[in-house]
Design a protein around this ligand. Structure first.
Ligand code: ADP
Length: 248
């Protein structure tokens, strides 16, 4: 199973809600291991695009492929998730009464579709994976603390860690730095950058400073379609993009 070329491929995708075209001939290619930022004004179709990729919304026309073998339009949400597509919603949802460690443990168990007796059944391999993720997300020292005591930023990292337990190939992350401190944003930039390469990461984000700090490639959505694509410098100097943002 050689990993190369695009991992995600949307072609001529259209979605209407009651006659309103939320997604209008959208074409998007995400390469394997890439870190991509999606920006665009409110109503541009960013959420709908994520919903299409995860199978929550079915397009009217078009095609959506994961790798070269998986036609996502023929699959339901759980099956798409089990291909290795993880989605992080904007608000953190961790189990506050459980420890950081137990949250990660539970996230791993979900993958096996069993509810484990916490801790009792962990193999060495499982512990190693949890350890690895704890270090990645910077919460190793807090592993035995309840998730409820974590800061907002730490909860966001924990939830990303929970997704990582299932070794996703593609992570979709919705506005990760909303409500974060400057320092937490820097740490989040490091985290997302370090994840790319091992998996593909697609980040929807409003904070332009943050996007500039992490993105190699930026896609600007507007009225359900791609308005511009390139580096942050390229898209932010694009007259079409400037017009859309000034008009917001
Ligand atoms: P973004 O995430 O970029 O702000 P959305 O994908 O949420 O944009 O929305 C794109 C457009 O589609 C908006 O105009 C929104 O009002 C509309 N829309 C999204 N979901 C629905 C829905 N379930 N029913 C009707 N209209 C919707």
């Amino acid at each position: 199973d050689v990993r190369h070329g695009p991992i995600l491929y949307l072609e001529d995708v259209n979605v209407s809600f009651d006659g309103f075209k939320a997604i209008n001939n959208l074409n998007l290619t995400i390469d394997d291991g890439e870190l991509r930022c999606i920006i665009g004004p409110n109503g541009a179709g960013k959420t709908t695009m994520m919903d299409i990729i995860t199978g929550k919304t079915q397009p009217d026309t078009g095609s959506v492929w994961f790798g070269s073998r998986h036609n996502l339009l023929t699959m339901n949400e759980p099956d798409i998730a089990s291909l290795g597509i993880g989605r992080k919603f904007q608000k953190p949802t961790v189990f506050e009464a459980l420890t950081v460690f137990e949250n990660l443990e539970l996230a791993m168990a979900t993958d096996k579709r069993i509810l484990p007796t916490l801790t009792a059944r962990l193999t060495g391999e499982h512990r190693d994976r949890i350890d690895e993720v704890l270090h990645l997300i910077g919460l190793a020292e807090l592993r035995y603390r309840e998730a409820g005591i974590l800061s907002h930023g730490q909860k966001q990292w924990l939830e990303i860690g929970m997704l990582l337990m299932q070794k996703p190939r593609l992570l979709l992350v919705d506005e990760p730095v909303a409500g974060m401190t400057e320092q937490e944003m820097e740490r989040t930039a490091e985290l997302l950058t370090s994840l790319a390469g091992k998996q593909s990461v697609v980040v929807v984000e409003h904070d332009m400073g943050f996007v500039r700090s992490i993105a190699r490639q930026v896609t600007v959505l507007h009225q359900g379609t791609v308005l511009a694509e390139g580096t942050m410098d390229q898209v932010s100097n694009d007259p079409k993009v400037i017009e859309v943002y000034l008009g917001e």
